[in-house]
Design a protein around this ligand. Structure first.
Ligand code: AHG
Ligand code: MN
Ligand code: MN
Length: 333
């Protein structure tokens, strides 16, 4: 019989000298939040949660009702137990300090409560992405700058995928493990131990409608993929675009691939679309831990020193050999 997520993390904790159980507690609160989100997403129109909330987030994006609901679910499940000092979310302008009535802990949590939310009304997979950092030594009242740590400092990263099955995929820096929600017993069970991304792939994912805004190295790479064997590559390529990063990353963890939301000139002042703290860093940690690579094209994403809470970055991640090829095109440019 496969083991539950709770058993898995408690057993992992035993290998960490001095572990207090704080991290295990935090992860199990996150797990409960993801189950509640899975429930809301799964009920959909039956409980009136589809459609727009009529508000905008700090990025100027229209919020879906479920963006707001899932954000609230994450806050409520993670604020009370005393593991966290503060949280930050894609859907909130400012950081969220733990309310005064609760004890404060040593961790910081950042999250994208509903990733791919443009897909929610059309019943296509969405997800949740999270990242856990340590609050700097001695800091009990964190400020925004305490969140601005490079991705290499992450203690844990994970995502929940609300697809045909609900899954939770996590890393604590010792490989990547995937769990599937067994709704009959209400537990995430280890179904995908030690996930590995094949180094080679014949599948790319990019929003082709942005082609005219890309830089030359990305144009060159995609052009070569499109031409395949007729254009100097040794193989032909296939393309996918779900518009839900969680779903794309999960596909890549399962069978390989390269995913790109590269630098583009579509909107002045935006270096890319995806957010460093809520999307790029956690996904980069997971991808690297599964043997893949992740870069802006010029730098390893995990080594970037964040300049702002809602900073956006170009993202190129997945099968190592293809990511390295795109990076080499940037070097030559
Ligand atoms: P979110 O729903 O959290 O705003 O994120 C959507 C992101 C990402 O998941 C996806 O890869 C990308 O935006 C899709 O962008 P396009 O609509 O430009 O294709
Ligand atoms: Mn997102
Ligand atoms: Mn989102």
């Amino acid at each position: 019989m496969s083991k539950s997520l709770v058993q898995f993390i408690i057993e992992e904790q035993r290998h960490i000298p001095g572990a207090t159980g704080d991290f295990t507690g935090l992860l199990s609160d996150i797990e409960v939040a993801c189950k509640q989100i899975a429930h809301a997403v799964n009920k959909g129109a039956l409980i009136g949660v589809l459609g727009s909330a009529g508000s905008e987030n700090v990025q100027g994006e229209t919020q879906k009702k479920l963006d707001v609901i899932t954000n609230e679910i994450f806050l409520k499940n993670n604020e009370w137990a005393g593991h966290l000092a503060a949280m930050a979310s894609e859907e909130m302008d400012e950081i969220y300090p733990i309310p005064a009535q609760y004890p404060r802990g040593k961790y910081l949590l950042t999250f994208d409560p509903l990733d791919g939310s443009s897909n929610i009304d059309v019943n296509i997979s969405v997800g949740t992405i999270f990242s856990i950092l340590r609050a700097p030594e001695g800091v009990t009242n964190p400020k925004t700058e305490d969140f601005l740590q490079p991705g290499t400092k992450q203690v844990c990263a994970g995502y929940a995928l609300y697809g045909p099955a609900t899954m939770l995929v996590i890393t604590t820096g010792h490989g990547v493990n995937g769990f599937t929600l067994d709704r009959d017993i209400g537990e995430f069970m280890l179904t995908h131990p030690n996930m590995q991304i094949p180094a080679d792939t014949q599948e790319f994912a990019i929003n082709m409608s942005n082609q005219r805004y890309w830089e030359a190295p990305v144009k060159r790479y995609i052009d070569e993929c499109m031409k395949g064997k007729d254009g100097g590559r040794e193989k032909n390529f296939n393309m996918r675009w779900v518009a839900s990063m969680v779903a794309e990353v999960h596909r890549i963890l399962t069978r390989g691939g390269i995913f790109m939301y590269p630098f583009d000139t579509k909107e002045a002042g935006k270096a890319g679309k995806l957010r460093l703290l809520y999307e790029a860093n956690p996904m980069s940690f997971i991808v690297e831990q599964a043997g893949g690579a992740s870069s802006t094209g010029r730098e390893r994403i995990m080594e970037l020193k964040p300049s702002g809470l809602h900073q956006r970055v170009p993202v190129i991640l997945g099968s190592k050999n293809e990511v390295e090829r795109v990076v080499s095109y940037h070097k030559g440019a």
